[in-house]
Ligand binder design. Structure first.
Ligand SMILES: Nc1ncnc2c1ncn2[C@@H]1O[C@H](COP(=O)(O)OP(=O)(O)OP(=O)(O)O)[C@@H](O)[C@H]1O
Ligand SMILES: [Mg+2]
Length: 506
């Protein structure tokens, strides 16, 4: 039992969106200096509840108490003034400003009317050293990896003296190696008296980092547990309302003779010069999943972008069904049956203001069933979108809901539904289950295997070895832009692959 005083509490919070009841009588308590996990399916209402606490949304009814006093934040500014900080599921930094500029934005320390940049910079540096949140205060946001951008978001909250920190899926954007460091930071903050709410879909993370856990299901609190007394299986069941298979069942499958997709001696330039990929050759056969293992930043992004025609190649060939596609644009590649699930769903995957239906038709909007006589056939688009909403269990009122109104995980499901339903002969999936709940992961993994069993070739890029081992028939390790090793999962171990990923090996 936690004997610390309750610092923040919600009582019977209800949030009704025009067509969705996102929160229904949600009552939770956060104690001083604890790490509280919030777990729940995609669309269960986690982000909504946190956005209400942070003053971004107003509840339809219900109350919030901070230090025992009823509060009603009408904006994040008010929440921040009262000691709340939040790091959102999708970051909100200004890309072309520096780290320090971003951190002080909105709360510039005054020196008359000019901003004392030097003082702010010093403070940022102090905070970053105290909590081992190392980042260069003068870097531009656009030049930082997501892991570093997250540090900036946390520093921003600390700079504003947050005593309650809300973190919406902080680990979804981190590499497994970064997660440990992040947990150390979270524990240090807790020891300094900061209370933390952390949303995650990973049951082992709930076990590793939290003191207590609330489980939300379809807008309601399905339970609260002391973390030390609950098992992963029980958490999964509470969350989904049924038992979840936490391991994938993969049956042997004979792959096709001729590769469906090949890279021959591919070299690609990185963002800031230098070779991001060097002399990469690989082939994907019909009916196999080829897994690319590697630590983030070893060429995965460039590999995916080159395959989709979003980045030009410096040397080498890209071949699909025996034909050269190196010079073709993205649209032409899609038309030939190359599919892609990108790792950044907002940048390359979806057009947020457009509807689910439009997002699903995208790229093939001039073809049947989406178009008739050169104009979009909306009824046909909607009915195929509707079928996919059912099949992929996308939690949305209907096909005309805008993508931006979906929860993060459901946005991801829209992309997967679109790409899988097009039955590509070759599918590139980059971090396909990032941000998905355990039930959705179970389903997506089985769909990927179903594609393989229907003789599509799948190239899986994932930072998670567990996912690679569950799905891949062969594993290639990408290190510093080169393929350094090929392994068979049945003759290898996560530990061995991990060694090659770090540039080691026997
Ligand atoms: N601005 C909005 N307008 C309309 N509906 C919304 C809006 N924001 C969220 N919703 C809906 O409210 C429900 C809860 O969404 P929320 O983002 O809180 O889920 P979540 O638990 O954070 O899910 P995930 O794990 O996928 O991030 C979803 O059905 C979502 O579509
Ligand atoms: Mg969310």
């Amino acid at each position: 039992m936690n004997t610390q005083p309750v610092i923040l509490e919600t009582r019977k919070i209800v949030k009704q969106f025009p067509k969705v009841l996102a929160n229904s009588d949600v009552s939770i308590q956060l104690h001083q200096g604890e790490i509280l996990a919030l777990l729940g399916e995609n669309g269960a209402g986690k982000s909504t509840l946190m956005n209400i606490l942070y003053g971004l949304y107003q509840p339809s009814s219900g109350e919030i108490y901070l230090h025992g006093k009823a509060v009603n934040f009408r904006s994040p500014r008010e929440a921040i003034e009262n000691g709340l900080g939040m790091v959102h599921q999708h970051f909100m930094l200004v890309e072309n400003l520096t780290v320090t500029e971003n951190i002080i934005l909105g709360s510039e320390p005054g020196r008359g009317l000019t901003i004392d940049y030097a003082a702010a910079r010093r403070q940022v540096k102090e905070l970053s050293e105290r909590y081992s949140l190392k980042v260069n205060p003068d870097s531009r946001i656009e030049d930082l990896s997501v892991g570093l951008q997250q540090r900036v978001e946390i520093l921003k909250a600390l700079y504003r003296k947050a005593s309650v920190l809300i973190l919406d899926e902080p680990t979804a954007v981190l590499t497994p190696q970064e997660v440990e460091g992040f947990f150390t930071v979270a524990r240090r903050l807790r020891d300094d008296g900061v209370s933390i709410i952390i949303i995650t879909h990973k049951l082992e993370e709930v076990k590793a980092i939290s003191d207590r856990v609330y489980i939300l299901r379809r807008g309601k609190v399905a339970g609260m547990r002391e973390t030390s007394t609950v098992s992963k299986e029980e958490l999964a069941t509470l969350m989904v309302g049924r038992e979840v298979v936490l391991t994938v069942h993969r049956t042997p499958h004979q792959r096709g003779q001729k590769p469906v997709f090949e890279l021959k001696n591919l070299s690609v330039q990185g963002e800031r010069g230098g070779e991001a990929l060097r002399d990469v050759s690989l082939s994907v056969h019909p009916g196999e999943v080829l897994g690319i293992a590697g630590v983030d930043g070893n060429g995965q992004t460039e590999l995916a972008e080159a395959i989709m025609g979003l980045r030009s190649v410096a040397a080498g060939k890209i071949i699909h069904k025996g034909e050269l596609v190196t010079g073709l644009n993205t649209k032409k590649r899609i038309h030939r049956g190359i599919g892609c699930v990108p790792s950044d769903r907002h940048r390359h995957g979806l057009v947020l203001p457009m509807t689910i239906s439009e997002n699903i038709a995208m790229g093939l909007h001039r073809d049947k069933p989406n178009a008739r006589f050169f104009s979009l056939d909306y009824p046909a688009m909607n009915s195929s979108a509707n079928a996919l909403i059912k099949r992929f269990d996308i939690r949305a009122p209907g096909p005309l809901t805008a993508a931006e109104q979906l929860s993060g995980g459901n946005q991801q499901k829209v992309i997967l539904a679109r790409e899988i339903s097009r039955k590509p002969s070759f599918l590139l999936v980059n971090q396909p289950t990032r941000g998905l709940d355990v039930g959705a992961i179970e389903y997506i993994h089985s769909e990927i295997l179903r594609m393989r069993d229907a003789d599509a070739g799948v190239l899986l890029i994932s930072l998670e070895l567990e996912e690679i081992f569950s799905l891949a028939d062969r594993i290639l390790v990408l290190y510093e832009g080169q393929i350094v090793k090929e392994l068979k999962p049945e003759n290898s171990s996560e530990k061995e692959v991990g060694l090659y990923m770090m540039g080691g090996g026997p």
